[in-house]
Design a protein around this ligand. Structure first.
Ligand SMILES: [Zn+2]
Length: 105
C-alpha cells in the first residue's frame, strides 16, 4: 500500500475512535478519605472514613470539585476516560489530516 493509503486508513481509524468515545466528561476522579468531628472516633487514630469520590476540573482558572455519588462512579469514570481517548484521537486525526493535505502528493 502507498503511504497515502496508509495515512488514510490511520486517519479513518482515528475518526472511528473519536466517534466511539464522544460520551465525554471533563475532569479527574479523585479518591479521598476524611476525618469527622466525633470524639473518640477511629478516624482520629488514622482509620479514616472513605473512600469518597470527587470529580475535579478546572474552570476559568479555578479548580472546581463535585462529589460523585457511589452509584454514578462507574459512569463518571467511563466518561472521563472517554475524554482522554477522544482528545488523543482528535490530536492524531489532526496530525494525519495535516500530513495528507500538506505533505503527501
Ligand atoms: Zn470519624
Amino acid at each position: 500500500m502507498k503511504l497515502r493509503g496508509v495515512l488514510v486508513s490511520h486517519r479513518n481509524r482515528q475518526r472511528e475512535r473519536l466517534l466511539e468515545h464522544l460520551d465525554v466528561m471533563v475532569g479527574t476522579v479523585v479518591e479521598c478519605y476524611r476525618t469527622c468531628g466525633k470524639p473518640g472516633c477511629a478516624c482520629q487514630q488514622g482509620k479514616k472514613h472513605g473512600p469518597y469520590y470527587m470529580l475535579t476540573w478546572s474552570e476559568g482558572g479555578r479548580t472546581r470539585t463535585r462529589h460523585i455519588p457511589r452509584h454514578k462512579l462507574e459512569e463518571v469514570k467511563r466518561m472521563t476516560r472517554n475524554y482522554q481517548v477522544a482528545r488523543e484521537a482528535l490530536r492524531k486525526l489532526g496530525e494525519f489530516n495535516r500530513r495528507l493535505v500538506l505533505e503527501e502528493q
